[in-house]
Design a protein around this ligand. Structure first.
Ligand code: FAD
Ligand code: HEM
Length: 421
């Protein structure tokens, strides 16, 4: 994707004001969401109330708009395509439509005016309006392409699926096996993709959440694997994960989106390292299933970190499918291994000593601090940055937070409280 050009006059204004907008970006998005959701309560059925409460969605939106503006005015800015693709996939899974960009634009630009006050002259407003609409146009185009490829009408973005089985994987993790209830076959699902599941909650509200398709082994059904999210320090428990654990039963219907997400494994020959922590394991099993089906000779190393072996969901399934590969290695780190366990390692994941095959591609999924550590370690061992991909189980704040030093820190990994996104 080539970035479009700002008009000359707007470019000068954006150059002059980018720093001040960046400095206030989170304040702006913090004003924007409440005002838009108050004016359009119907949007509460697509926006995630958890991410609103924690402010994560605000941060992700602010960071993306600032990064977009910077790459418009600075040819040396970091590549932006992957950010745009990630947002477009997320939007498509939620059924976002082109007409809704007018609503977001109006409230976002009003929030810029409210926060920056007199600094927003008509020229400044016009320049940022142009930035917004360039971004919006690129997103709308990419989303139109994705809807078209998936054969999905954005006015009808979900299909009903019936829960045909529940599997209690661990005390805190349940898998739901879902079958299309409209008699049509499963859509194409690439290994690593997620679906948005729309939950009609007992209080009458409707809330979407994304869940990785953790298995498609049967070919006619898809499986999601859900970790129960507990509230910490007085925060409430997760709404949708609790609903899926406690209320949804075999036979119930759930509205499910088209599979989305661009962090997928391609059919290259390169060996794979799949590094996961906690609920991040859900991205590992579908990749292994795919490799077992299509390239069983491909070398795969899986590395997983969890609190205890009892918390390690999908472990047996991963080992079973891994055994179908010609060259498969499974490594595990537990903060509290079982007494007498000589095969797994104690403590946090440390990839500094693990043999890395030549030309390895790394996929990582888990809490952000864990993924940063994985990335830093493999980069320090000579893996090129382009060979490392990650999936965030929430709004992507990777770019919004500072990067760590790129150096391995032995025996330092996931904070115990953060294992299991
Ligand atoms: C691409 C992607 C793939 C994913 N795949 C999986 C998967 O395979 N398996 C899986 O288990 N999860 C997955 N997730 C995460 C999943 O989408 C949900 O985020 C998760 O289930 C939590 O949703 P919830 O409704 O239970 O929690 P929410 O109700 O959304 O709460 C989330 C957090 O916000 C806090 N919070 C809520 N309200 C407040 C408040 N008022 N004040 C302070 N804090 C508050 C809660 O305590 C909790 O910690 C994925 C996410 C993404 C984006
Ligand atoms: C140029 C305009 C827009 C930008 C820059 C933008 C940006 C973003 C970003 C950065 C995310 C987080 C992606 C992630 O990392 O997961 C996101 C998610 C989302 N966007 Fe947009 N967006 C825009 C327009 C819209 C519109 C028009 C709507 C519809 C009303 C919308 C609804 C949503 C929703 C519901 C989510 C998921 C929120 C969550 O899970 O908390 N967005 N968007």
């Amino acid at each position: 994707m080539t970035a479009p050009l700002l008009s000359e006059s707007s470019e000068a204004v954006v150059r002059a004001t980018a720093a001040v907008v960046a400095a206030h970006a989170e304040e702006i998005t913090g004003v924007f969401y409440p005002s838009m959701l108050a004016a359009h309560p119907e949007l509460l059925r697509v926006f995630n109330t958890g991410n609103q409460a924690t402010g994560e969605q605000s941060k992700a939106l602010a960071a993306s708009v600032v990064a977009y503006a910077v790459q418009l005015i600075d040819p040396a800015a970091p590549p932006f395509d992957h950010v745009l693709r990630r947002i477009a996939h997320k939007h498509v899974s939620l059924g976002i439509r082109p007409d809704q960009y007018t609503i977001v634009g109006r409230h976002l630009l009003a929030a810029v005016g409210e926060v920056l006050g007199d600094a927003v002259t008509p020229e400044v407003a016009a320049a940022w309006d142009e930035v917004y609409w360039l971004f919006a146009t690129q997103l709308v185009a990419e989303e139109a392409r994705l809807y078209h490829l998936a054969g999905v009408d954005p006015a009808l973005p979900v299909r009903p699926y019936r829960v045909v089985r529940r599997v209690q994987e661990t005390a805190e993790v349940v898998s739901l096996v879902l079958e299309p209830a409209d008699g049509e076959p499963l859509p194409e699902i690439l290994p690593g993709q997620y679906v948005s599941v729309f939950a009609d909650l007992p209080d009458g509200s409707r809330q979407p959440r994304q869940y990785t398709v953790s298995s498609t082994r049967s070919g006619a059904r898809l499986q999601i694997t859900v970790r129960r999210v507990r509230g910490r320090d007085g925060a409430p428990d997760g709404r949708v994960s609790a609903f899926l654990h406690d209320t949804v039963a075999v036979g119930d219907l759930l509205d499910v989106s088209t599979p989305s997400g661009d962090v997928v494994v391609e059919d290259a020959q390169a060996p794979l390292l799949l590094a996961s922590a906690g609920a991040g394991i859900t991205t590992v099993l579908p990749v292994l299933e795919h490799v077992a089906r299509t390239q069983p000779q491909r070398k795969v190393v899986v590395a997983h970190a969890d609190r205890t072996p009892a918390d390690h969901a999908l472990r047996e399934a991963v080992l079973r499918v891994g055994a179908e590969l010609d060259d498969f290695t499974a490594l595990a780190w537990y903060e509290q291994p079982e007494p007498g366990d000589t095969t797994s390692r104690r403590g946090f994941m440390d990839l500094s000593e693990v043999p890395l095959p030549e030309g390895v591609q790394v996929f990582t999924c888990g809490p952000l601090p864990f993924m940063r550590q994985v990335r830093a370690t493999v980069l320090s061992r000579g893996v090129p940055a382009a060979a490392v991909r990650y999936e965030v189980f929430g709004p992507d704040l990777w770019g919004a937070a500072p990067e760590p030093e790129v150096a391995p820190v032995p025996h330092q990994g996931v904070h115990p409280q953060r294992v299991g996104v």
